[in-house]
Design a protein around this ligand. Structure first.
Ligand code: ATP
Ligand code: MG
Length: 445
């Protein structure tokens, strides 16, 4: 992309309405525009990151054997009357009437609808196990939408639902989700800690929330210092191997990590004092096992091997796709702007031309731009007729992890500068070497 032809409405001033750094930076970097309280347009740069996050979520879900589909945003109230949640859900549910005076709602989640799909089409244990998921907009009429996309009213969520014959099978599905979530967040450059949580309106006795540590997080968290050190890394996981998956879950959940809702001071105090940590966290996902709560209420049953009929065992599992943008920025920024992890960056590298209109720098930039594209990468070339300082400030603000700077003096010696956004370290090398280096960095991402 050439910046002169892009739509990147950066703001010079700090927007007054933004209370936390991620909201401020998303507005300043021209990623989002608020249209109503908690409702945003995703401008091109923000939309790019949103799509990359979605892509990672899709890949990791499908790696775990989960099947994508797409359910609508609007739902008939009758489905929710069957589960009893139409009345229970309260004011967070946006209720709508259509022209025939039928009660509709903008889905805050999809347990009822997926259970309806299941009961219409699945009849036998032979069709299990089954996990279906979608990535779709949700609406929750939050009392206090705030912090930009972190607590919106309309927000993008991945929600997945497992259907199993037995409790053991459903607990394997739960564990499988836990491990696939750990990998999902790691690919985004995040450490998200699974913490035992309270279940809330979804119901069920087994649930973990995934929290990203950040001082601006809305949840108070208590944990053993060794927990954030745990990494899945590039371990290959066989998601069908129950023992292997359960072992990884045990590794990540045996040390103390809880939110204020489940915190137990006595147990916490058994951790050696120098490892006890109290902090704040952003909830970026939650997994639930709830057994037959919805299948019983809605008559979703399957025939078992002995010919009897039982309600199917279920769980639901959510990732806050749009909230993740805020969480990533909270975890990765400095006073100049965002620092995107390579896994989610909107463009792989920036190219800064220090002297637009100069024949040698222009042609070197074009060559680098073409070479990066030829390697399957998306560069952002700042080809505007602007001062170098302004170009650097924009690149730092929008946070591309790598920048190639091309100036007339350097290019006379066939040299450009490759700068790492995170460390600020710069290295001189030939344009070819810079392209090769950037390509190599993204090979494993
Ligand atoms: P919270 O406690 O933050 O209100 P929740 O527990 O009600 O969230 P879930 O039903 O667990 O939310 O939804 C799954 C994920 O969707 C959450 O972990 C969170 O990342 C995201 N999410 C929930 N509510 C919002 C919101 N208002 N804006 C953005 N993302 C949200
Ligand atoms: Mg939750």
């Amino acid at each position: 992309m050439r910046l002169s032809r892009y739509f990147l409405p950066v703001l010079k001033e700090n927007p007054a309405e933004a209370q936390i750094v991620s909201h401020r930076l998303m507005l300043r970097a021209g990623m989002i525009k608020q249209q109503a309280a908690g409702i945003y347009s995703w401008l091109p740069l923000g939309y790019r990151v949103l799509r990359r996050i979605e892509q990672i979520v899709h890949e990791e879900q499908q790696r775990a054997g989960h099947i994508p589909l797409l359910m609508p945003t609007l739902q008939p109230a009758d489905l929710w009357r069957e589960s009893g949640r139409y009345d229970d859900y309260g004011q967070e549910m946006l209720r709508i009437k259509d022209r025939h005076d039928r009660d509709m709602l903008y889905g805050p989640t999809n347990e009822e609808m997926i259970t309806d799909i299941f009961r219409s089409h699945v009849n036998s244990y032979k069709d299990l196990p089954l996990t279906l998921y979608h990535i779709q907009w949700k609406f929750r009429d939050e009392v206090r939408p705030r912090f930009g996309v972190m607590r919106g009213r309309e927000f993008l969520m991945k929600d997945g639902y497992n259907f199993d014959l037995t409790r053991e099978d459903a607990l394997h599905a739960y564990n499988r989700h836990m491990v696939s979530y750990l990998r999902t967040y790691e690919r985004m450059g995040l450490t998200a800690i699974p913490m035992r949580a309270a279940s809330g309106p979804i119901g069920g006795d087994n649930t973990h929330e995934f929290l990203v540590l950040a001082s601006t997080g809305e949840s108070e968290v208590f944990y053993d210092a060794k927990v954030p050190e745990l990494k899945l890394g590039d371990r290959q996981v066989n998601y069908d191997d129950r023992d292997e998956v359960a072992k990884i879950c045990a590794e990540f959940t045996s040390a103390y990590a809880r939110t204020d809702e489940t915190h137990d001071e006595a147990v916490f105090n058994q951790i050696p004092e120098d490892r006890r940590r109290v902090g704040r966290g952003i909830e970026v996902g939650q997994i639930f096992y709830f057994g037959t709560k919805y299948s019983e209420a809605m008559g979703a049953t399957v025939v078992t091997p002995d010919g009897s009929r039982v309600p199917v065992e279920m769980g639901s599992h959510g990732i806050g796709v749009s909230r993740l943008l805020g969480a990533i920025i909270e975890a990765s920024h400095d006073d100049k702007g965002i620092i995107w992890p390579e896994g989610v960056t909107p463009f792989h590298a920036g190219i800064v031309n220090l002297k637009q209109g100069d024949v040698s720098t222009d042609s070197a930039c074009e060559a680098i731009y073409g070479a990066l594209k030829a390697r399957g990468l998306d560069p952002l070339y700042d080809d505007r007729d602007e001062r170098a300082g302004a170009k650097f400030a924009t690149m730092d603000l929008i946070g591309l992890p790598w920048r190639i700077t091309v100036g007339p003096r350097g290019i006379a010696n066939n040299m450009v500068e490759l700068t790492c956004r995170r460390t600020g370290e710069a290295e001189e090398m030939s344009p070819e070497a810079a392209v090769a280096r950037v390509a190599a960095i993204y090979e494993g991402v």
